[in-house]
Design a protein around this ligand. Structure first.
Ligand code: ZN
Length: 117
């Protein structure tokens, strides 16, 4: 976990290791959650308030970055059955299970179906 807190100008600044416990416990008190719940939410990439000021937010920047990467990957490959592709016996790679044909020599793409079957 790598905590950041927001400051009044809207920027995020790193919370030093010595201060992490302090801000986490402020979150626990302000949100009436257990420390476990606070950590779990931060781990999901959610910013949490630790005080009533609009900018008094805490986040785990590692989780936020991971979440952004996931969303970016999803945006690039919407609803693919195999997000990173699946290599078939014919040597081609497909991204959707509907593009896989079953042949006697293994799964092939639609283009190779005639050649393989
Ligand atoms: Zn093929």
């Amino acid at each position: 976990m790598k905590l950041q807190r927001q400051i009044a100008n809207g920027n995020w600044v790193e919370v030093s290791r010595d201060n992490q416990e302090y801000f986490l416990s402020k979150c626990v008190t302000f949100l009436s959650l257990s420390l476990e719940e606070v950590c779990r939410k931060l781990h999901l990439g959610k910013p949490l308030s630790y005080d009533s000021d609009w900018y008094a937010n805490l986040r785990d920047v590692e989780a936020v970055n991971a979440l952004q990467q996931q969303q970016e990957a999803k945006r690039r490959s919407p609803d693919r059955d195999y997000p990173t592709g699946r290599r078939l016996s014919c040597g081609h790679t497909v991204y959707f299970s509907a593009h896989i044909m079953s042949t006697s020599s293994g799964p092939s793409c639609m283009d190779c179906y005639d050649r393989m079957s």
